[in-house]
Design a binder for this molecule. Sequence first.
Ligand SMILES: O=P(O)(O)OP(=O)(O)OP(=O)(O)OC[C@H]1O[C@@H](n2cnc3c(O)ncnc32)[C@H](O)[C@@H]1O
Ligand SMILES: [Mg+2]
Length: 178
Amino acid sequence: MKIIVGSTNRAKIIAVRDAFASLGIQAEVEGIDTDSDVSSQPFGDNETMAGARNRAVSAIKTGNHDLAIGLEGGVKELDGRLYICNWGALALPDGKVFTAGGAQIPLPEEVAQPVRSGKELGPVMEIFTSRADIRQTGGAVGVFTDGTVSRSDMFSHVVLLLAGQWQFAAGNHGRQGQ
Ligand SMILES: O=P(O)(O)OP(=O)(O)OP(=O)(O)OC[C@H]1O[C@@H](n2cnc3c(O)ncnc32)[C@H](O)[C@@H]1O
Ligand SMILES: [Mg+2]
């Protein structure tokens, strides 16, 4: 099957490839830059989920794919801390959209402060780690879990939650209860 991802970020594309491969689904996965139609640093679950949905809906409109995946990283305030939050959406050519949330972990204050005052997490993480392009590799989640869960591992779990819902809706309940 043909899958389009609403991003050219490597971590997101690898996440989609890994998730479908682990389900035993043969997929040709391609990425395209789409507009998330939300801020480049989404704040809160609502805006982050909207970004994921907009990416998926926009990507499926390019035609010629069986499904589209949108993945979005954001931040949210919770219990006095700034958490990363992550959302995904799977869009079908018939207009159906499935959504799923991903991992959330708190950011250290040193990173949270500049993000609260308007900086994007990606560049702040590059300064914090002195490493370039962290958002395409392990990501903030990789750094603050000591490499235990990378950004693509984390998004891969979101994609499994999406693919599972899509299979359930299609009546393919072979894995139910496992
Ligand atoms: O090309 P796209 O798909 O936009 O990839 P992106 O890395 O910008 O991903 P998002 O737009 O979904 O992420 C929103 C913002 O949060 C940043 N971000 C989110 N999660 C991150 C992570 O784990 N590590 C570093 N930056 C992250 C990212 O750089 C953006 O500024
Ligand atoms: Mg972005």
